[in-house]
Design a binder for this molecule. Structure first.
Ligand SMILES: NC(=O)c1ccc[n+]([C@@H]2O[C@H](COP(=O)([O-])OP(=O)(O)OC[C@H]3O[C@@H](n4cnc5c(N)ncnc54)[C@H](O)[C@@H]3O)[C@@H](O)[C@H]2O)c1
Length: 256
């Protein structure tokens, strides 16, 4: 039980297919306590029914596009749960048009929106968590990214650019957080069928290609990604910060 006594805030729960849910399961399997934030427009009846599977789990509304909303959520977490040991950033959004059209057609507004919600929100969360004195010493922040930041993946478009910004932000944040003993890393997860993934053109064929070409000949599951997050939240990874760890059955190392 590598997370016994640790409190982890999971930002970005939507439904049982969410990677956030896989991380929540992995954290609780390792003895950790989970607290959630959700988009303010989420269907609360469905969300409460899902969260009832984890006794005592609480969720707080948080719009990642608003510093005020992030601050309000973090304040409530501290007020109701005290200081915490980890934050999962599991949030991304791009306009559908920007995922369906060629990248060259990305609008200024669409570029700013994807970058704001999917990348800047991590910077704001890290800063506000520090300002609110929410994090215990040796806390760990983990964000989710995708291989489309490194290579051109059909249909990923502006989200690939936003993920590249997220990964670079992690390197710079690792320096600023490191002085307080706080670590920050990303998991580059292989493709998983979630509501967000449905927005990517031909997502089904990406899953087929991974199964054929990844060294381990299979796709990853939410809980497998969750297990990597559990490791990154634990003291077993105390020497790792500013990294992007691939949890993709090896797909990213394959050549043509
Ligand atoms: N599914 C995949 O194949 C895959 C692969 C690698 C990385 N990821 C990343 O994993 C993370 C989670 O995505 P998922 O696939 O589990 O899908 P998901 O749809 O379950 O989760 C995305 C979450 O982002 C939240 N969100 C979007 N805009 C928001 C806003 N303004 N404020 C607050 N929350 C907001 C949604 O409410 C949702 O909870 C994302 O960062 C995604 O890019 C996904």
């Amino acid at each position: 039980m590598i997370l016994q006594g640790k409190k982890i805030l999971i930002m970005g729960i939507r439904n049982k297919w969410s990677i956030a849910w896989g991380v929540a399961q992995a954290v609780t399997n390792q003895g950790g306590e989970v607290i959630f934030t959700h988009h303010p427009m989420e269907n609360m009846e469905k969300l409460h029914s899902l969260l009832s599977e984890i006794p005592g789990a609480k969720t707080y509304p948080c719009d990642a596009a608003s510093d005020e909303s992030i601050q309000e959520a973090l304040k409530l977490v501290k007020q109701n749960h005290g200081k915490i040991d980890g934050i999962l950033h599991c949030i991304a959004h791009a306009n559908t048009d920007d995922l369906r059209n060629d990248f060259i057609k990305t609008s200024r507004e669409g570029f700013a929106h994807a970058s704001d919600v999917s990348a800047y929100s991590l910077v704001a969360t890290a800063r506000l968590a520090k300002e609110e004195d929410l994090l215990n010493e040796n806390a760990s922040i983990v964000a989710l990214t995708y291989f489309g930041s490194e290579k051109v993946m059909e249909g990923y478009n502006v989200m690939g650019v936003a993920k590249a910004a997220l990964e670079a932000s992690i390197r710079y944040l690792s320096k600023d957080l490191g002085v307080d003993g706080i670590r920050i890393n990303a998991i580059s997860a292989g493709p998983i069928k979630t509501l967000s993934a449905k927005g990517i053109k031909d997502f089904g064929s990406i899953l087929d290609i991974v199964e054929q070409r990844a060294p381990l000949k299979k796709n990853v599951t939410q809980v497998e990604v969750g297990n990597v997050a559990a490791f990154l939240f634990s003291s077993l990874s105390s020497a790792i910060t500013g990294e992007v760890i691939h949890a993709d059955n090896g797909f990213s190392i394959t050549g043509a």
